[in-house]
Design a protein around this ligand. Structure first.
Ligand code: GUN
Length: 153
């Protein structure tokens, strides 16, 4: 299976949000942020497979750029800081990149018929777990809770 080949050839490990990843870049340049010193950018490979098609809803203080590398269509559930919900495609015959600005809630889904997807993520300022938060039901606007409940993990 292609996903297994990618896990082995790219040296990917299980990610706490589901799926597999490996850090491929950490900028040697530091940046002072409100929450402390961070690298100016970090980057990972991120692989989703249909063994676990649904990622957990989470947000990060940093901007996250996603680039589609290989595989099938991914759908991202997004919720902006003003409570606007959108569903955005990445990959397949559709978009090749997706920007999720800092502070937006995000969950990924491999829809019916998608088997796997390999994406690259660039996080700026660089990724730090201190900037990362999983959503709880009470964090979400009432009107979007039914649609986003499956992504609460
Ligand atoms: N999500 C996006 N970038 C990263 C990273 O560098 N490490 C981890 N654990 N998760 C990420």
């Amino acid at each position: 299976m292609r996903a297994q080949e990618l896990i082995e050839s790219l040296g990917l490990e299980p990610h706490p949000e589901g799926g597999y990843f490996r850090r491929i870049y950490t900028s040697p340049h530091g940046l002072a942020t409100e929450s402390g010193e961070r690298p100016t950018a970090t980057s990972i490979y991120y692989l989703m497979t249909d063994a676990q098609p649904c990622g957990r809803l989470h947000r990060n203080r940093s901007d996250i750029l996603h680039f589609f590398l290989e595989g099938d269509l991914v759908e991202y559930q997004l919720l902006d800081p003003d409570g606007g919900r959108s569903v955005r495609p990445l990959g397949g015959a559709e978009e090749r990149h997706l920007l999720v600005p800092g502070g937006w809630w995000k969950a990924s889904l491999l829809p019916e018929g998608s088997r796997y997807a390999l994406v690259a993520e660039v996080v700026t300022p660089g990724f730090d777990f201190a900037d990362h938060e999983f959503a709880r039901e009470q964090d979400l606007p009432l009107d979007h809770r039914p649609a986003l409940r499956p992504f609460l993990g």
